[in-house]
Design a protein. Structure first.
Length: 205
């Protein structure tokens, strides 16, 4: 997955609590196992009526076009455990979400896919929501190494992040990447096992 170190970009305000995974990516878009292109369904039912006509939505507002940061309400990502939700957010250009709280399964899935999720008190969320309301005129910068968010007016907000998850994001390591770091030890183990238990490596005739 892509490394995450510093992100500067437009932040989109979405001041709603309990946004569930079906709101993030409706069930109609779950037929694919491909990540590329799934962003077209991001918040699909919040952006389009059943007949396909548009509903005013923050990510379609020219002021927030291309937003890479989402400022939102508590319990974001609740509902069913669908990994398509972080896929859709990433494919839709979102790399960081800031909220008072997140659903546990969504929280874990997001970090494994390269999304940075930041939990902050509501008072800090309110400040960022105000900054984000200015759209492209108010760029936010998220510095993962320093664990801080820098606002457009010079203000800084510190945030906590699990050290292991921080390491994985900084180095672009998903579960497969973490496993690949152990390849020399795996190869060494298999070489020793092949000598001591060669029958395990004999192909059946």
């Amino acid at each position: 997955m892509d490394k995450f170190k510093t992100l500067s970009g437009t932040a989109a305000p979405l001041p709603l609590a309990n946004i569930d995974t079906d709101m993030i990516i409706p069930a109609a878009y779950l037929k694919t196992v491909e990540r590329a292109g799934i962003g077209k369904g991001l918040f699909g039912n919040m952006r389009r009526k059943p007949d396909g006509s548009p509903i005013p939505f923050v990510l379609d507002d020219p002021k927030f076009k291309g937003a890479s940061i989402l400022i939102t309400g508590e319990n974001f990502g609740c509902g069913s455990s669908r990994e398509h939700a972080p896929w859709a957010l990433l494919d839709g250009g979102i790399r960081c979400i800031v909220a008072p709280s997140f659903a546990d399964i969504f929280f874990n899935n997001s970090f494994k896919n390269g999304l940075l999720l930041i939990k902050l008190p509501q008072s800090e969320i309110d400040k960022l929501m105000d900054d984000a309301s200015r759209g492209r005129n108010a760029t936010l910068t998220v510095d993962l190494e320093k664990q801080e968010i820098n606002g457009p007016d010079g203000g800084t907000i510190k945030f906590d992040v699990d050290p292991f998850r921080k390491h994985c994001l900084l180095n672009g390591l998903d579960d497969i990447g973490l496993t690949m770091q152990k390849v020399p030890k795996i190869d060494d183990f298999e070489a020793k096992q092949r000598l001591g238990e060669p029958w395990l490596y004999t192909k059946a005739s």
